[in-house]
Write a protein that binds this ligand. Structure first.
Ligand code: NAP
Ligand code: FER
Length: 327
């Protein structure tokens, strides 16, 4: 008999997620029926989308949603023998029972790369960078790309991919340590937005002397308004996320003037649009990692019980790299 631990939404988030919004529930799982498998989580992921998405997709009492990398520990389904490694979405739980539908089998990864990468650079966040850059921005060599949230799971990959494609890449992030890291992984320059408040516009102009052709937006808010003011005519914006507003009670207004006067093209997107094309992006990024062209950084929290703490850290910038929970 296996005991499942899971995080349940006690109360919808109001402002910053806080203690008491979630609780851990323990429950014995039933014996497997024919066609079913028992999955044991090895790595789980916390992602910013869980904050806005929970508001519209979950009821109080539901299990928090999300992906995990898991192994099959018992099987009554010949397609998933014991030991099969998978990515699945049973939510924030240690064990789950599945009939195998909607589960992605993982190939063995080269050169001892951690399986947690299937939740990051070789998973949802990496594919956000891959398809967001390739399909929405479609960069040309020599163009200037600005990335906000640049030291995060998506942003760091966007910037490195932009460099591989021959762009000038400038990022913004929330600490000196993150700025230093961005330059180490190949960004041409980076801005610490927490210390560049009054002179953000001046700093952007200094680092982007030819203006900004493409903006990959992860944060929204003041950063986005200021970047928009510095875009070239017909600039393209991939609107990926707006974490600065996820806990806010009111939403900022759209800066109409630069959008109209610079004739910007803004496209929002969800990575799930390209779910069936993940193998293409994973193949390309695995190759870049193998060639040393793409670096990855993970922020690993040990212990399932600490998952909510890891989630809250996303909104203070305490994570430095893809936030992963190792069970
Ligand atoms: P992440 O960047 O690894 O972690 C979140 C980071 O956001 C923090 O480390 C923090 O970095 C920054 N942040 C937090 N509050 C902020 C604020 N008020 N202003 C500016 N920055 C703030 O997370 P991620 O997984 O890569 O996600 C980044 C963005 O992409 C999010 O907006 C997310 O919703 C979006 N996303 C969209 C899709 C899609 O399909 N459209 C898929 C995945 C992710 P600092 O230290 O730099 O502040
Ligand atoms: C994200 C922010 C919001 C994201 C998804 C959403 C996949 C929204 C999804 C929805 O409402 O369907 O970072 O990443």
């Amino acid at each position: 008999m296996v005991v499942q631990k899971r995080f349940v939404l006690v109360k919808h988030f109001d402002g910053m997620p806080k203690e008491g919004d979630l609780k851990i529930v323990e429950e014995k799982l039933p014996a497997l029926k024919n066609g079913e498998i028992l999955l044991e989580a090895k790595y789980l992921t916390v992602d910013p989308y869980m904050r806005p998405y929970s508001a519209r997709a979950l009821k109080e009492g539901d299990t928090m949603m999300g992906e995990q990398m898991a192994s099959v520990t018992e099987s009554k389904n010949p397609n998933f023998p014991v030991g099969t490694n998978v990515v699945c979405s049973p939510g924030w739980c240690t064990h789950s029972i599945s009939d195998g539908k909607g589960i992605r089998k993982l190939p063995s990864l080269p050169k001892g790369l951690p399986y947690s990468l299937s939740l990051g650079t070789l998973g949802m966040t990496g594919m956000t960078a891959y398809f967001g850059v390739k399909e929405i921005l479609n960069p040309k060599a020599g163009e200037t790309l600005f990335v906000s949230g640049a030291a995060g799971a998506v942003g760091a990959v966007v910037g490195q991919f932009g460099k591989i494609l021959g762009c000038r890449v400038i990022g913004s992030a929330g600490s000196e340590e993150k700025v230093k890291y961005l330059k180490e992984i190949g960004f041409d320059d980076a801005i610490n937005y927490k210390t560049t408040t009054d002179n953000l516009d001046k700093k952007i102009k200094e680092l982007c002397p030819k203006g900004i052709d493409m903006y990959f937006d992860n944060v929204g808010g003041v950063m986005t308004n200021t970047v928009m003011m510095n875009m070239n005519d017909y600039g393209r914006i991939a609107m990926c996320g707006a974490i600065s507003g996820y806990n806010a009670k009111t939403q900022p207004t759209i800066p109409h003037v630069p959008i109209v006067s610079k004739q910007l093209k803004i496209e929002g997107f969800l990575v799930w649009r390209w779910m069936t094309r993940y193998p293409e992006g994973i193949k390309q990024f695995s190759q870049y990692i193998d060639e040393g062209k793409l670096k990855y950084k993970e922020h690993v929290t040990n212990g399932f019980e600490n998952m909510f703490k890891a989630f809250c850290e996303l909104f203070t910038g305490s994570n430095f790299g893809k936030a992963i929970i190792k069970v």
